[in-house]
Design a protein around this ligand. Structure first.
Ligand SMILES: [Zn+2]
Ligand SMILES: [Zn+2]
Length: 175
């Protein structure tokens, strides 16, 4: 299929299934047809494979990726993804060419030593780096960012953090 037509088709299908805020792109992959990136909200198709596909195959590939976008990063090719894929008109089979959606976690934290920790959910309590030291210790506290930006983790998190710091200070004075 020609790439202009494929782009229009992809955009149409994405909009029809509520992905107006997602971006469409072509990429240069040669082994997988499509990709769904949750962190940047991008669905992309391989320009090489798309050029070789029929419109039906392009449709199937786009719907496959749309289903990933709707099912969320943790669904993989499991039952939730399969159900959504069938609902929107894809076969719900693993695709024409195998894909592997990348699943970067939205939450990334670093300890003072630079160890990276990833989470799919908002951290609710302060956490310290288990690679630096087992057990909780404020000296190895993990600093969390959401999509690379500092965010307020809420009053409960803050209160626990302050309590932990105070406990630590007391124990150092005592010891
Ligand atoms: Zn897939
Ligand atoms: Zn560490």
């Amino acid at each position: 299929m020609d790439l202009t037509g494929a782009r229009d088709l992809a955009r149409e299908l994405m909009d029809a299934h509520g992905l107006r805020r997602w971006t469409f792109r072509f990429d240069s992959a040669k082994r997988r047809a499509g990709l769904c990136r949750y962190d940047t909200r991008v669905i992309s198709l391989s320009r090489h494979l798309t050029a070789l596909y029929s419109p039906e195959e392009v449709t199937e590939t786009v719907l496959h990726e749309v289903a990933h976008a709707l099912a969320g990063p943790r669904a993989g090719h499991g039952p939730k993804w399969r159900r959504i894929a069938r609902e929107i008109g894809a076969s719900g089979q693993r695709c024409v060419a195998a894909d592997a959606p990348t699943v970067p976690a939205p939450w990334e934290g670093r300890c003072p030593a630079g160890h990276v920790h990833q989470r799919f959910r908002r951290p609710t309590r302060p956490m310290s780096c288990s690679r630096c030291r087992p057990g909780f210790c404020v000296e190895h506290l993990v600093h969390w960012q959401l999509h690379g930006e500092d965010v307020d983790l809420g009053p409960r998190y803050q209160a626990e953090l302050e309590a932990a710091v105070a406990r630590h200070r007391r124990s150092r004075l005592a010891g």
